[in-house]
Design a protein around this ligand. Structure first.
Ligand SMILES: C[S@@+](CC[C@H](N)C(=O)[O-])C[C@H]1O[C@@H](n2cnc3c(N)ncnc32)[C@H](O)[C@@H]1O
Length: 309
């Protein structure tokens, strides 16, 4: 299957990263390799990109698509949350730019056998990294109803989270819930057919995907000290698609940009913190109307960026 994913806000990402030859960049969410390709083109002839993805299929596709760049591209099946350790491993002291374009690619979403989509019928899987044991089947069939409810409400902002969780718990007593189709049917029976053009199971599937892949935990781990990966004047761009992700990014960037973290009115600073980055924007950027026309999937994207000082 051809790898299909249209890179989101590629022009804005390049304007902010301003790739240059002989510089090094980290693409922590390689996906189809679209952003990485742009960085490699703009940093010709000697810029380098280290690309991570949890998904082996994405790496294989990117390896093929970007083969013409030879050893300017280094690929790892890795989690961006562990970026520091991998930079050490390959002997890079830091990078001049980082892009994280969070979530799943259209390719993952549209590959029915991966179980990310409520369309089609597949085993409940949803793992980006297929070496991982936790999958959607386990969550749906073994997590307690209160835990399921928390996942649906928190990650899917699903107002009917409680009813759906209780129904799942009741159904699985009779028979395990094996497929995307079975789960989508259970949710549709509770929520009715379609709301505002969305499939009724959209939020349930999103919530499970976030839980299976620990998406918020990975982002939090990265944001603990991600600025340390940047060389002075190096830039970091993060595109998120979920309000919880954007909130984490906003808070971390604000913290990194402050010169002191002591409570207000503390007479002398005791935290020892100093400013790590400069904010490149106070409000997040969104895709332009023309991008949204061409790629409606970009609609919830929010982009934030900082520069290391
Ligand atoms: C939205 S796509 C990226 C698309 C890419 N920027 C492009 O232009 O083609 C997100 C990708 O990040 C990967 N991913 C998500 N979380 C990850 C993590 N914590 N570490 C590494 N890769 C991750 C997913 O498997 C997916 O392939």
């Amino acid at each position: 299957m051809l790898f299909t994913h249209v890179s989101v806000m590629a022009r804005e990402v390049m304007d902010l990263l301003r790739p240059e030859t002989r510089k090094r960049y980290l693409d922590g969410t390689l996906g189809g390799g679209g952003h990485a390709e742009e960085i490699l083109i703009h940093s010709s002839p000697d810029g380098q990109v280290l690309g991570f993805d949890l998904d082996e299929e994405a790496l294989d596709a990117a390896r093929q698509r970007l083969s013409r760049f030879g050893d300017r591209l280094v690929l790892r099946q890795a989690n961006f949350a562990a970026a520091g350790a991998i930079l050490n491993e390959i002997g890079w002291l830091g990078v001049d730019g980082i892009i994280l374009d969070l979530g799943v690619s259209s390719h993952q979403f549209e590959s029915p056998e991966r179980g990310f989509s409520f369309r089609g019928k597949a085993r409940l899987d949803m793992r980006m990294d297929r070496r991982q044991s936790l999958d959607a089947y386990q969550i749906v069939n073994t997590f307690s109803a209160p835990e399921l409810e928390r996942i649906l409400r928190q990650y899917g902002e699903e107002p009917q989270g409680r009813r759906i969780a209780l129904r799942i718990a009741a159904e699985r007593k009779m028979k395990t819930i094996d497929t995307t189709e079975e789960l989508a049917d259970i949710v549709a029976r509770i929520k009715g057919k379609r709301e505002r053009g969305h499939h009724p199971a959209t939020q349930t599937f999103q919530a499970l995907r976030i839980a299976v892949n620990q998406e918020l935990q990975n982002l939090e781990r990265f944001l603990e000290s991600g600025y340390e990966l940047l060389e002075p004047k190096g830039r970091m761009v993060i595109i998120s698609f979920h309000s919880l992700e954007d909130r984490l990014v906003k808070r971390a960037f604000r913290k990194w940009s402050r010169n002191c973290l002591c409570p207000p009115r503390t007479p002398t600073c005791q935290c020892g913190w100093n400013q790590k980055v400069k904010l490149l924007m106070t409000r997040p950027l969104s895709p332009s109307p023309s991008e949204l026309d061409a790629n409606p999937r970009a609609r919830s994207a929010k982009l934030r960026a900082v520069e290391r000082i």
